[in-house]
Design a protein around this ligand. Structure first.
Ligand code: GLC
Length: 433
């Protein structure tokens, strides 16, 4: 590191801390002011990782706050509406989940156990009762996935809404979404396009379908059987399954460390079930893992950056790992900054529209972990370096164009700041496993 990059990195470290502190509402952190004014599930977990670089106690508070509003059935909601904010749509009145504080009725990818395991490495003296409470909550959440989202025991969990994947408008959802009936959706006013240019957001047709699915859940009181049996959108997402699989292994490791053999065994059993189930997502014709529309038993015909997450989950044979890594290198060579969220060779690729092309820092972090796991620290560092360059050139945006590096979406984004502090900053000591 040269002296000038050193100074720049130190300045950016300070800015990242300022962003997290600025978005901190006391016991939880908003993703960004304006566009996303509430607590989001996986955002908070990445935020905790960011806080752990400079304030481990605050990191634990973020985790505790998120898990405090776990539903009685084990689900940890994707949004918790802690303070009324009329600037966001769809708010609590649309979800009607009858919870206090109000929440949405769906979940998000469970990165929590993976991050908690890392936090426990940093904070070996965390109070045992607190660690156990967190572990038990995570176990209940993972069990909810198995029960609510895989009722037939296939070994792959479904998402009931594109928002559940955390990758809202991925082209993979276009076809399964096309079967969602929007005729009952009343007039509504979007708020997101008041904060961010419409060409960087999902389209109106997408939004109608998102709302039709919220309406279905609401009309069925968010009952898990009704959703599993009747929700028009029921898709096994590669990203969600890979993240859950890794989380199960990490939960088992946490349990082993805390001496809870029964819980460790349960998590490993669920992991084995997922590992076997993931076979159904491999699509030889595409040369990768593809999401599976479980209503039609049909693979997506498109590849997203989610296909690299099985490397992070650690469930891939050597031969497949090599193919996936070959594909990743091909994608990286096709753009200036990796990893694009969607296949840069596809005609559906859109460099600035949310999950149809832009680079997301936290996805890079996860893919890099997978690359380290498969003995490619060189490529993992290439992704870190790309993330560093993006932030150095464009600041802490929500996401970035893989072609120009331009920052897209919201500004002063918590998870971009968090990933900078925990990984992308050249001042950070590397510990990615
Ligand atoms: C968008 C993203 C989702 C994220 C949320 C808040 O909906 O797609 O992954 O959690 O914004 O940042």
């Amino acid at each position: 590191m040269t002296k000038s990059t050193d100074i720049r990195a130190i300045e950016l470290d300070a800015q990242a801390i300022e962003i997290l502190r600025g978005n901190d509402c006391g016991t939880y952190t908003v993703p960004t002011k304006g566009l996303y004014p509430y607590q989001w599930n996986w955002d908070s977990i990445f935020v905790a990782l960011g806080f752990s670089a400079f304030d481990i106690d605050r990191a634990w508070v973020e985790i505790d706050t998120l898990l405090a509003d776990q539903w009685p059935d084990g689900m940890v909601p994707h949004i918790i509406f802690r303070k009324v904010d009329p600037g966001y749509f769809p708010g609590p009145d649309q979800w009607q989940t009858n919870r206090q504080p109000p929440t949405s009725g769906i979940t998000q990818p469970p990165v929590a156990a993976t991050v908690v395991r890392q936090l426990l490495e940093i904070d070996r003296d965390l109070n045992r009762d607190r660690a156990e409470r967190i572990m038990v909550a995570l176990d209940r959440w993972h069990q909810w996935f198995a029960t609510a989202r895989d009722p037939k025991g296939r070994g792959i969990v479904a998402i009931s809404h594109p928002w559940e994947s955390g990758r809202d408008n991925l082209p993979d959802w276009d076809r399964p979404l096309s079967f969602v009936d929007t005729s009952g959706v009343a007039e509504y006013q979007r708020r997101d396009t008041q904060h961010v240019d419409a060409d960087q957001r999902p389209t109106k047709a997408d939004y109608d379908r998102y709302l039709a699915l919220v309406q279905f859940g609401r009309e069925h009181n968010w009952n898990i059987e009704a959703i599993a049996n009747g929700n028009a959108f029921w898709v096994a997402d590669v990203g969600m399954n890979a993240i859950l699989l890794r989380a199960e292994h990490d939960l088992a490791a946490i349990a082993a460390r805390l001496g809870n053999k029964t819980l460790a065994k349960r998590a490993e059993q669920r992991a084995t079930r997922l590992e076997n189930g993931m076979e159904a997502l491999w699509c030889e014709a595409l040369g990768g893992y593809a999401s599976l529309d479980l209503r039609r038993n049909e693979h997506a015909k498109t590849l997203s950056s989610g296909i690299f997450l099985p490397l992070y989950a650690g469930a891939v044979s050597q031969e497949r790992a090599e193919r996936l890594i070959g594909l990743l290198v091909d994608w990286l060579d096709a753009v200036r900054f990796g990893v694009p969220s969607f296949d840069p060779h596809s005609d559906q690729f859109d460099a600035i529209r949310y999950w149809r092309g832009p680079v997301w820092a936290m996805i890079n972090w996860m893919i890099a972990m997978g690359l380290n796991r498969h003995n490619r620290p060189d490529l993992a560092d290439r992704l870190r370096r790309d993330t560093q360059d993006l932030v150095e050139n464009s600041g802490f945006s929500e996401n970035f164009s893989p072609i120009t590096g331009r920052g897209c979406g919201g500004d002063e984004f918590s998870w971009t700041a968090a990933i900078w502090l925990a990984w992308a900053s050249p001042t950070h000591k590397r510990a990615t496993a």
